[in-house]
Design a protein around this ligand. Structure first.
Ligand SMILES: Nc1ncnc2c1ncn2[C@@H]1O[C@H](COP(=O)(O)OP(=O)(O)O)[C@@H](O)[C@H]1O
Ligand SMILES: [Mg+2]
Length: 305
């Protein structure tokens, strides 16, 4: 649904996006994750045919960027970082205004459909400015969907929202999942990306890594079993001589054991530890958060830069 090759954008001498390759299939929720200034908004603006790339190419919703920009704009919806709603217009009139602008067929029906779908129907006559932040953001997302775009670009949809409003918006994004609609979600919120996205790309000017959250973690770290010992058992980490164990670290009374397949290998690991005289208190898996991964990647890049 979105394919990009070497997509690059400069602003004067500043390189905002450097040679982005991307392949997002239809129906995927793709998380585009990166810190402030990473080039996320610039990427959305290029893919939505709002600004031209300096170089590179992309096919968006079946049309080539630069050759069919009007077609692309008709097939994508964009929630920008600062969605300008008319604060004094009612929720409904805001949507009707944009529905007529697009234009959307049967604007009244389409507006009602989205107000009901997003649970804003009861508040339809209230000025947008008097709605809660979460409701305003839902209204802005409804606006981006009125023309039934194949791709929805969401630029930091929960930034600046309080936790409750952010949850409202996240639940909404979850509900929007469908095999026919592709969602490109920019965020610097790691938990959000982990929860909502089929795949994520870690991005800072360049793509640093792409994959399903779980696969990315596994690829970076392998899997690790933590064995909590009831007594110190000095030297046991050196004595542990199992072919499938790639690394053993000790942290106080814990052994952190790297292995490829804990489900299959943990029983033999525990047996061997007991043979070596260890008293095993309990065993669990070391969980790596997306945040650990992200920080490692960002730091790694800094070190290389
Ligand atoms: N219109 C512009 N003119 C000049 N520089 C810009 C413009 N838009 C973005 N930039 C620069 O490009 C870089 C990426 O910005 P942006 O895409 O907004 O990042 P993000 O959305 O990830 O925070 C930043 O260094 C920003 O200052
Ligand atoms: Mg941005």
């Amino acid at each position: 649904m979105i394919q990009a090759q070497g997509l690059t954008r400069r602003f004067g001498t500043r390189l905002a996006v450097d040679g982005l390759d991307l392949d997002v299939p239809r129906g995927e929720v793709f998380g585009f994750l990166g810190p402030n200034g990473a080039g996320k908004t610039t990427t959305i603006r290029m893919l939505a045919a709002l600004i031209a790339p300096t170089s590179g190419s992309a096919i968006v919703a079946g049309h080539r960027l630069g050759e069919a920009n009007r077609e692309i704009r008709r097939r994508v919806g964009v929630l920008t970082e600062t969605p300008g709603l008319y604060r004094r217009l009612s929720a409904r009139d805001n949507l009707l205004f944009f529905a007529r602008l697009y234009p959307v067929r049967e604007p009244e029906r389409q507006v009602e459909r989205y107000l009901r779908l997003f649970e804003l129907w009861d508040r339809r006559d209230e000025p947008a400015g008097s709605l809660s932040k979460g409701m305003r953001q839902k209204l802005a997302i409804a606006r981006a969907l009125l023309h039934e775009p194949e791709i929805l670009f969401l630029d930091e949809p929960t930034a600046g929202l309080d936790p409750e409003a952010a949850k409202t918006v996240r639940d909404l994004i979850e509900a929007l999942r469908s095999k026919d609609r592709t969602i490109f979600l920019c965020t610097h919120n790691l938990d959000e990306a982990d929860r909502l996205c089929d795949r994520i790309g870690l991005f800072r000017t360049r793509m640093l890594a792409v994959g399903a959250p779980a696969a990315l973690k596994k690829e970076m770290y392998g899997r690790r079993t933590v064995v909590h010992l009831a007594s110190p058992s000095p030297g046991i980490e050196q004595a542990l001589d199992l072919p499938f164990v790639t690394k053993v670290e000790r942290l106080d009374d814990r052994l952190i054991v790297s292995l490829a397949d804990p489900d299959a290998e943990n029983p033999a690991l525990v047996r061997r530890l007991v043979e070596l005289g260890a008293e095993v208190r309990f065993v669990n898996e070391l969980r790596v958060s997306l945040e650990d991964l992200y920080l490692d990647l960002m730091e790694g890049r800094d070190a290389k830069a």
